[in-house]
Write a protein that binds this ligand. Structure first.
Ligand SMILES: O=C(O)CCC(=O)C(=O)O
Ligand SMILES: [Fe+2]
Length: 328
C-alpha cells in the first residue's frame, strides 16, 4: 500500500505486502503500482515496511561516527589509494569527486565498502572487486555491523528490482526474473557518508553536487533529524527536499535502470547542500546496486543496444574522480 504524494512531494511506499506471506495479490499489486508511479514520476521514493529493525539502522550510524571521529592518520591507513589494484575501497577524503565542470569538488567524506572478495580470488584487484579495507576499530562495532547491514541491503535490493520489473508495461512481456542476473555476485559499493560544516558557503560547492547515480538502484539511509538532500523535479523545475522518513530508506532509480527501461523509470538528478553551523554534522549511508559487472542486456522494450554494467560504471567513475581519485 502507499500513502500517496501530494503533487510535488516524494511519495512513501510501504512494501510490507511484498514480504508478507499472508498478503493478497491485490495488496501486492498496489505496492507494484505505487513503486511504478514513484519511479516514473520522481525516480525517488521513501520506502517503509521493509522489516529491517530500527536497532540495525541506528547501529550503522554509530559505526559511521566511530570511523569519522578517528584521527586523520588512522583514516589514512585505509585510504582508497591502499585498496588492492582497482578494487576502490576505503577512505575517500573530501574534495575528490567532481560531478561537473563549473562546480567545486564535493565536501563529503566517505568510507567505501564493497562485496568482500578475498585477495587470492582470481578477480581480486580488478575493477570494484577485492577485499575491503578495515580501520583500526573493534570488529564487533564496525566490520560486523557493516557486513550485516550490507547483507540486508543485498536482500532488499533483489526485492526492489523484482518489484520494478513487475511494474514495467505489460506489452514488453518481461519475465519476472529478467534482471535477476544483476544481483548474482554484484558490485555493491556502499558509501558511508559524512558531511561536516563548511567555513564559507560558496554557491559552486555542495556536499554532493547535482548528479544522477550510475547504479541500477540506490538504497539510501538518511540520519534522522537532518536535511540537505534535494531532487530535481522537472514539472515544477525546482529542487524539492527528500525528507527523512522514520525508519525508512530513500530508494532512487540509477542510470543503469533508466537505460534498461528505455527511460520509463527516471534516474533523477539530486544533490546535497552544504551548511556552515560549526557543530553540525550529517551522516548518511548510500548502498549502490551496480550489479554483476559482466551483466549485459538490451533495453527491456527491445530497443537500442546492449548496456554493460562494468563498462558504464567505469566510465562514470573515471569521469568524476579524474586525477584526484585512485587510478581505476
Ligand atoms: O547523502 C545523501 O543524502 C545522498 C548522497 C548521494 O546522492 C550519493 O552519494 O550519490
Ligand atoms: Fe546520489
Amino acid at each position: 500500500m502507499s500513502s500517496n504524494a501530494s503533487e510535488g512531494a516524494i511519495p512513501t511506499v510501504d512494501i510490507g505486502a511484498i514480504l508478507s506471506p499472508t498478503a493478497t495479490e491485490e495488496d501486492r499489486r498496489q505496492v507494484v503500482e505505487a513503486v511504478r508511479h514513484a519511479s516514473t514520476t520522481y525516480g525517488f521514493f521513501n520506502l517503509v515496511g521493509h522489516g529491517i529493525p530500527r536497532a540495525q539502522l541506528h547501529q550503522i550510524f554509530e559505526s559511521s561516527k566511530l570511523f569519522f571521529a578517528l584521527p586523520e592518520e588512522k583514516r589514512k591507513e585505509v585510504h582508497i589509494g591502499k585498496a588492492l589494484g582497482r578494487a576502490f575501497r576505503g577512505w575517500e577524503p573530501p574534495l575528490i569527486q567532481q560531478h561537473q565542470e563549473g562546480v567545486l569538488p564535493d565536501t563529503k567524506e566517505t568510507f567505501i565498502i564493497g562485496r568482500e572478495v578475498s585477495a587470492d580470488h582470481p578477480d581480486a584487484g580488478t575493477f570494484l572487486t577485492g577485499p575491503n579495507l578495515w580501520p583500526d576499530l573493534p570488529k564487533g562495532d564496525f566490520e560486523d555491523v557493516i557486513l550485516a547491514y550490507q547483507a540486508r541491503m543485498v536482500e532488499l535490493a533483489r526485492i526492489i528490482v523484482r518489484v520494478l520489473v513487475q511494474g514495467l508495461p505489460e506489452a514488453w512481456g518481461c519475465a519476472p526474473d529478467v534482471l535477476d542476473g544483476l544481483t548474482v555476485e554484484p558490485a555493491i559499493p556502499m558509501r558511508m557518508l559524512h558531511y561536516g560544516p563548511v567555513k564559507e558557503k560558496d554557491p559552486r560547492q555542495f556536499g554532493v553536487a547535482a548528479h544522477t547515480d550510475f547504479s541500477t538502484i540506490t538504497i539510501l539511509l538518511q540520519q534522522p533529524g537532518t536535511e540537505g538532500l534535494q531532487v530535481w523535479y522537472p514539472p515544477t523545475e525546482d529542487w524539492i527536499p527528500v525528507p527523512v522518513a522514520e525508519d525508512g530508506f530513500v530508494i532512487n532509480i540509477g542510470d543503469l535502470m533508466q537505460q534498461y527501461t528505455a527511460g520509463y523509470y527516471r534516474s533523477a538528478r539530486h544533490r546535497v547542500v552544504t551548511f556552515s553551523e560549526e557543530d553540525k554534522h550529517r551522516y548518511s549511508v548510500a548502498f549502490f546496486l551496480d550489479g554483476n559487472l559482466r551483466f549485459k542486456t538490451k533495453p527491456l522494450d527491445g530497443s537500442g543496444t546492449e548496456i554493460a554494467v562494468g563498462e558504464y560504471v567505469y566510465s562514470c567513475l573515471n569521469r568524476t574522480l579524474g586525477a584526484r581519485g585512485p587510478s581505476l
